[in-house]
Design a protein around this ligand. Structure first.
Ligand code: MN
Length: 192
C-alpha cells in the first residue's frame, strides 16, 4: 500500500454545524478511503507505482485518473478547512481577487454560482496560472485543473455525498456555509 489516508488536522466534530461529524466520517473516512484503496490497487505493479500523485493525475485516464484525482481532490478540500482559520484573504491573494473579481464578496458569489450551476457531480475550483492570474472553473466528476496546467488554490466538492447528510438537496446552502470554515491563510499560502 503506497498511499494512506492522512489524519485530518482537526477533530471530526470541529467543523460542525457547517460539516457534521457524520459527514466527515462518511465523506472522508469512507468515500476518500475507497478512492485511496482503489488507487493503490490500480497502480500496483504498473509504471505508475513510483510516480508522484500529481504526475499520475496528469498522465492517466479512465479509472486510474478518476481514483487518483479524487484521492488528491479530497485531501486538498479537507485540508483547506479549519474551525479557527482566517475568514478573509489578505496580501497578494486579496489584491488579485479584488482586481480580477471586483471584490471578495463578488468572488464568493461567482464561485458559489459556478458550483450551483454544475450539472451532476463535480468540483468548483479557484486556480492560478504561472503568472498569478486567477480562474474560477468547474469540472465534472474527478476533473482537476492540474490537467490544464493550472495550480489549484481552493475547491468545493459539489458531489451529493459532500452535502446530502447535512443539507439534503440544498446545494446552494451547503456551498454558502462553507465560507465559514475556509482557512484563508492556507489558501493564501498556496498562491505564493
Ligand atoms: Mn467528495
Amino acid at each position: 500500500m503506497k498511499y494512506t489516508l492522512p489524519e485530518l488536522p482537526y477533530s471530526t466534530e470541529a467543523l460542525a454545524p457547517v460539516i457534521s461529524r457524520e459527514t466527515i466520517e462518511y465523506h472522508y473516512g469512507k468515500h476518500e478511503k475507497a478512492y485511496i484503496d482503489n488507487l493503490n490497487r490500480l497502480i500496483k505493479d504498473t509504471e505508475y507505482e513510483d510516480m508522484e500523485l500529481e504526475e499520475i493525475i496528469t498522465s492517466s485516464t479512465g479509472p486510474l485518473f478518476n481514483n487518483a484525482s479524487q484521492a488528491w481532490n479530497h485531501i486538498f478540500y479537507f485540508f483547506t478547512f479549519s474551525p479557527t482559520g482566517s475568514h478573509e484573504p489578505e496580501g497578494h491573494l486579496r489584491k488579485a481577487i479584488d482586481e480580477q473579481f471586483g471584490s471578495f464578496e463578488n468572488f464568493k458569489k461567482e464561485f458559489e454560482e459556478a458550483g450551483v450551476t454544475l450539472f451532476g457531480s463535480g468540483w468548483v475550483w479557484l486556480s492560478k496560472d504561472k503568472d498569478g492570474k486567477l480562474f474560477i472553473t468547474k469540472g465534472a466528476n474527478a476533473k482537476n485543473p492540474l490537467t490544464k496546467g493550472l495550480i489549484p488554490l481552493l475547491t468545493f466538492d459539489v458531489w451529493e455525498h459532500a452535502y446530502y447528510i447535512d443539507y439534503r438537496n440544498r446545494r446552494a446552502d451547503a456551498l454558502h456555509e462553507l465560507w465559514k470554515i475556509v482557512d484563508w491563510d492556507i489558501v493564501s499560502s498556496r498562491y505564493l
